[in-house]
Design a protein. Structure first.
Lengths: 230, 230
DNA sequence: CCTACCGATCGGTAGG
DNA sequence: CCTACCGATCGGTAGG
């Protein structure tokens, strides 16, 4: 009999269907938009549902609580960030690696304003039971920047400093874009280059000296920076 | 008659008493603490009142609404920042002036975490009728940093860049401290110096060249940076 | 995925 | 500065 080939007992829970997962993703995305605009506490589940032409109660088919919805926004944000940052880690040159990380953070944040605005501004609203998981991933992410700073210092591309401070300075400088970026006015790529130039660019001689620049060293960063400062 | 010396009509509203103003300041300070911890929407007036051993209704003797309370937090924050930043503007040397502005922002934000956390994270919760006044002051404040960046670029202390991007980068790098600063672990002064070194410090020669630094130029920044990177 | 509904919280007011 | 209270909103559930 064919049926004897079936596993005994209750069939395992099936994986959620692709439709289900797509709908859930849509809900999470909409929630990020609503929470960005109204904040987590003032943005109601009615608001989220209405934007999807649903009733509030229907959302509970997909999430158990409003708190879980917030968690899903956080998890998607930090998980995507963690996996997309990896491409920078294959760069061997410490200065180039740090430059890539700077660009990565600025451009990523600017490209997903809803998720990152909620991630950054609603961080204290995340329920306790979700906190440790997100915190662990945040630390991983910070660690990537700390290591890159430490290597750049060792390489002589950055002045000596605590890796923690250097990493937080860079993450602040780049992430802050979510607070002021105006798509009609600003260019994330140009901003990212300005950040790279500030942190790693060739500094011209100061004061009343003649405008002679450092000799080029063959580093792609140095030569590009010298070219730009013309 | 003595009474004839009085001005005719209803006496002018007296200035609020000093006790009244002190109590109001206390309420605003407490609200900043509560809104920092719970957020503006989730932090109730009952919470604020309880921390002052008052009943909620008593707060209405001092403010007309919860929205006004938030406004007062914003106004105190940006007004204090605007007036305290002025001391940096008397510094003539563009590099030193920018260095002072960098230190100022990092240390100020770290020293008033409640006010700045609310200021930065609850900005979109500020009611429309208060928005333009705060926005105008924010722009003034940004302008200070933009001008300083432009001068530093002209002076050769910074690579060429849009003043807006340079200013936002510096404000982001320094302000971000409110999100990660741990008083038991971190030192705002040391962080501020790390920021100054990253933005204005002498960059060592890159890659496998010998560790020769730029010649000193007599600039206090350059000499201090060279000293630190020993 | 829906209708109907509950219980709790909260900003704000009356009146003193 | 207080007691007492109202009206509205909202997360969540019952039951389908």
């Amino acid at each position: 009999m064919q049926t004897s080939a079936r596993r005994p007992g209750r069939p395992r829970n099936r994986e959620p269907s692709v439709e289900y997962k797509a709908r859930l993703a849509e809900i999470v995305e909409t929630a990020a938009k609503v929470f960005r605009e109204k904040g987590y506490d003032a943005g109601s589940l009615d608001d989220v549902a209405a934007e999807l032409n649903l009733r509030k109660a229907s959302l509970y088919y997909y999430v158990h609580s409003k708190a879980e919805l917030l968690y899903r926004i956080f998890d998607k944000t930090i998980s995507t960030a963690l996996s997309s940052v990896e491409k920078c880690l294959s760069i061997d040159d410490p200065e180039e690696r740090l430059a890539a990380l700077i660009r990565h953070q600025a451009i990523m944040v600017a490209s997903e304003p809803s998720f990152f605005t909620v991630f950054f501004d609603q961080r204290p609203r995340l329920a306790r039971n979700y906190d440790s998981e997100i915190l662990a991933k945040e630390r991983q992410y910070l660690h990537v920047y700390q290591e890159a700073v430490a290597s750049a210092v060792e390489d002589g591309a950055l002045p000596s400093m605590k890796a923690r401070y250097g990493a937080q300075a860079i993450l602040g400088m780049t992430s802050w874009i979510y607070k002021w970026f105006d798509p009609d006015r600003d260019d994330p790529e140009a901003f990212a280059e300005a950040c790279v130039d500030m942190i790693l660019g060739v500094v011209r001689r100061t004061h009343d000296e003649s405008e002679t620049y450092r000799q080029e060293t063959g580093s792609p960063r140095a030569s590009r920076a010298a070219e730009k400062s013309r």
